[in-house]
Write a protein that binds this ligand. Structure first.
Ligand SMILES: [Zn+2]
Length: 202
């Protein structure tokens, strides 16, 4: 016996979420059937409100609500730091560390030719304009420690060095190393090699 058509639609839409397979989608869908009508309406209204209430800042690409961008304020501008990120979500992760108080620039992805994401999708013109006009001391490249992250970081270095070096702006990349609380024999070779090559003074 097939599920009713609308239930199939609910399952299908839930499956579009990352990490949700067929079985989980079915479980969620059967849960939703038991929800009160007003709770379903509330959920639908909140999701429907996403385009109206969540935006990407025109300047830095970070995710913002209905207010001015909290990441583009003067105090951050005058810090002299600009951190380059792949996704708007990364800015929140860095904010949670309370270690960084500078500006951000969101690329919107990492170079991945297999996924059709070429260097042109990084829209570097906008970043280059910012780098030429902002009072900077250091640009921090905070990208994933993956093949795509490495490729993008190297590409950025090649493209941005001609702008940054004459201005005396230094470039850094996040250090990659051992996860907190890990013992050496549990860490894979690639991580250990990275940790060794980016070792810091002690
Ligand atoms: Zn902004």
């Amino acid at each position: 016996m097939r599920y009713p058509t609308h239930l199939l639609k609910v399952i299908d839409i839930l499956r579009r979420l990352p990490g949700v397979g067929s079985k989980s989608a079915e479980r969620f869908a059967f849960q939703l059937i038991n929800w009160k009508k007003e709770h379903l309406e509330e959920m639908a209204a909140i999701i429907q409100g996403i385009p109206a209430h969540l935006h990407h800042c025109q300047e830095c690409g970070c995710l913002i609500g209905d207010t001015l961008c909290p990441f583009c304020v003067e105090a951050r501008r005058s810090s002299g730091f600009l951190c380059i990120l792949a996704s708007p979500r990364d800015a929140f992760a860095i904010e949670d560390t309370h270690e960084y108080h500078g500006l951000y620039h969101v690329l919107g992805g990492l170079i991945s030719p297999l996924d059709g994401f070429g260097p042109e999708k990084l829209q570097l013109e906008k970043l280059k304009t910012r780098l030429k006009t902002l009072p900077l001391k250091e640009v921090v490249i905070a990208l994933d420690s993956t093949l795509e992250g490495d490729t993008t970081a190297l590409y950025l270095k090649k493209e941005l060095d001609p702008i940054l070096i004459p201005q005396g702006v230094s470039t850094s990349r996040l250090a990659f190393g051992l996860p907190m609380g890990s013992s050496l024999d549990y860490v894979d070779g690639g991580t250990l090699a990275r940790a060794l090559s980016s070792r810091a003074k002690f």
